[in-house]
Design a protein around this ligand. Structure first.
Ligand SMILES: CC(C)(COP(=O)(O)OP(=O)(O)OC[C@H]1O[C@@H](n2cnc3c(N)ncnc32)[C@H](O)[C@@H]1OP(=O)(O)O)[C@@H](O)C(=O)NCCC(=O)NCCS
Length: 344
């Protein structure tokens, strides 16, 4: 319950804004770099196999003192600083993660507390690698509906805690990390999300899942389950096909619905699943190299953190300007996918 009137008003004053702007971004890099050669010391793999098939050269792993909350807090703090805001300006915080420490409480509620943003609203999104794009869509829509002025969105992942380190098929692919953005109501009517989609097909759940017990293992598992519960299991080939077709569908659908063309896009910020998937999609679209950001070589796949880390690095490099047209795309476990077309 709100402890005073001003707290109660944080979520009850309805003012429909003209637009919504991304006013600050941030990221958190875990303390330890793990190269492909480091991995080949403990499992039967090598730099050539990993880098040729995925584009990954290294990934970050949390140190003992880091966790999914602390990475989230660091990323949001940097985003707040870049936005010129303080934690108490946040009305609502949405955390996308597939690696929460607990199912209850949400990771978001603890990030809010650790930021000093109480009593901001807090909720987690469980949409795997699509999570941050879902958070962008939700954050935008919440602000546009007029109930919230400032929404912090963060993708934070502790995937090193959720892979089977003896399974070379999966463990080489993932990394830890976090990225965040601050969305805020603006009087610029052109700014905001012009078109959004969120989709799912739970029939494909078994292609990418984290089983807790024997009952969760599908009957015809096709040798996917590594034998370790509570770790990520993936049918790489099926997920590859899903990612290739979903990326293309997200682009085509967005352009058909809005009337824009590929040439109108200033940037595509996509989930970093595999450099081969991204590069071949870019070539087929006829999109120049500098309009699809790729950093999987340094981070590996950080699930819900990959899109906001890319967004922050592009911002740092001054490659995004007010007025730019940017398409965000995410896809992953569920199966889920989402897209969000923004006029910055
Ligand atoms: C995972 C992925 C890189 C595997 O590539 P692939 O070309 O399909 O490789 P395969 O799984 O067919 O394995 C080929 C061989 O390499 C071996 N292999 C698997 N992992 C290996 C590793 N880390 N190092 C060395 N060899 C490996 C396999 O055992 C297999 O050997 P075999 O032919 O003797 O049986 C690829 O399927 C992929 O990128 N999938 C999508 C993953 C993704 O995007 N996930 C996140 C979605 S959000």
């Amino acid at each position: 319950m709100p402890s005073n009137e001003s707290e109660a008003q944080r979520a009850t004053t309805i003012t429909i804004p003209a637009g919504v702007a991304i006013i600050g971004t941030g990221k958190a890099k875990p303390g330890k770099v793990v190269t492909n050669d480091d991995l080949s010391d403990s499992i039967d793999t090598n730099d050539e196999w990993i880098s040729q098939r995925t584009g990954i050269r290294q990934r970050y792993r949390m140190t003992e003192d880091q966790n999914v909350r602390s990475l989230g807090v660091d990323a949001v703090n940097e985003a707040l600083t870049n936005a010129g805001l303080k934690a108490t300006d946040i009305d609502l915080l949405i955390c996308a993660t597939m690696t929460p420490e607990m199912n209850c409480p949400s990771t978001a509620a603890r990030i809010v507390a650790e930021l000093g943003a109480v009593p901001a609203g807090a909720l987690d999104i469980s949409a795997a690698c699509s999570g941050f794009v879902y958070a962008m869509n939700l954050g935008y829509s919440m602000i546009k509906a007029g109930g919230y002025k400032t929404v912090a969105i963060v993708g934070s992942e502790a995937l090193s805690k959720a892979v089977d380190w003896t399974d070379r098929r999966t463990c080489v692919l993932f990394g830890d990390g976090a990225g965040a953005a601050i969305l805020q109501a603006t009087d610029r009517p052109e700014a905001g999300c012009l078109y959004q989609t969120m989709g799912s097909n739970g029939e494909g759940w078994r292609e990418l899942y984290i089983p807790r017990c024997e009952d969760h293992i599908p009957e015809n598992d096709n040798g996917v389950f590594s034998g370790a519960f509570n770790t990520l299991q993936m049918n790489g080939r099926e997920v590859y096909k899903f990612a290739v077709s979903t990326f293309r569908k997200c682009v085509d659908h967005t352009l058909a619905a809005t009337g824009y063309t590929v040439a109108d896009l200033d940037m595509i910020v996509a989930h970093q699943s595999n450099a081969r998937i991204l590069e071949s999609a870019r070539e087929k679209l006829g999109l120049p190299e500098d309009k699809l950001y790729i950093n999987i070589d340094r981070y590996a796949n950080t699930s819900a953190a990959s899109v906001p880390i890319c967004l922050h690095e592009l911002t740092e490099q001054n490659r995004l300007k007010p007025g730019n047209l940017v398409l965000f795309i995410g896809m992953g476990g569920g199966l889920t996918w989402g897209s969000s077309l923004w006029r910055l």
